[in-house]
Design a protein around this ligand. Structure first.
Ligand SMILES: CC(C)(COP(=O)(O)OP(=O)(O)OC[C@H]1O[C@@H](n2cnc3c(N)ncnc32)[C@H](O)[C@@H]1OP(=O)(O)O)[C@@H](O)C(=O)NCCC(=O)NCCS
Length: 182
């Protein structure tokens, strides 16, 4: 198994708050569930994974040691999770591609945490052996596009009405990608 070095330790955010960034553990299930419950309705509506769903939380916690996944969380000293990011290596002929997810709790946004986590997960994707990294998000989610553009990702395509939110409304999604060196 590839070396896992995504536990990057303690970081100071732009507003001077401290958080620790580390790999997700199987025992983190309750904290991950609490993180999901702390997200606003709009986030839940527009994210690919439903973080309020116990089965999704179990699937993520169970994948803590999965060969083709890397999951990283940001936690306060009190053990409250305030950010989550994951990279999943794709199966089949795209097995050189890792797909990324990223979410930061609203109270911790615009402090640089999203950028720290995005950098950490791109590095983890490289460790997974991926040479291409993709991220998909609703076209309306401009903050995520801004972060990944700054990391050198380019918009590779847009799919019309490709996502359906939990209220049944259709949305366009944007696919961004970057090529990384192992
Ligand atoms: C996208 C997200 C992770 C950003 O997290 P964050 O911690 O606020 O990001 P950062 O503070 O590191 O922002 C880094 C840069 O991104 C850009 N950015 C972030 N939020 C932005 C916003 N709301 N509007 C415009 N630009 C934004 C800025 O350029 C920012 O740098 P600056 O603050 O120096 O101007 C967060 O908004 C989120 O969780 N959104 C919902 C989920 C999502 O869209 N995920 C992305 C795809 S999976």
């Amino acid at each position: 198994m590839a070396q896992r070095s995504e536990a990057v330790g303690s970081i100071a955010l732009k507003d001077a708050r401290q958080v620790t960034i580390r790999a997700l553990l199987e025992t983190d299930r309750p904290a991950l569930a609490a993180f999901g419950q702390s997200l606003p309705k709009n986030d839940i509506l527009y994210l690919e994974d439903d973080f309020t769903h116990p089965e999704i939380i179990s699937r993520l916690a169970n994948a803590a040691h999965a060969e083709n996944w890397r999951q990283i969380i940001a936690t306060t000293d009190e053990g409250e999770f305030v950010g989550y990011t994951a990279a999943m290596r794709m199966p089949g002929w795209s097995n050189h591609v890792a797909n990324i997810r990223l979410i930061v709790q609203p109270n911790y946004r615009r402090s640089g945490l999203g950028m720290h986590l995005a950098q950490a997960i791109v590095e983890a994707s490289r460790e997974l052996g991926a040479t291409k990294v993709t991220v998909e998000m609703l076209a309306a989610l401009t903050a995520g596009q801004a972060i990944f553009s700054r990391l050198g990702f380019a918009v590779e395509g847009q799919l019309a009405r490709h996502a359906i939110d939990r209220d049944g409304n259709l949305h366009d999604i944007v696919i961004m990608s970057a090529f990384v060196r192992i």
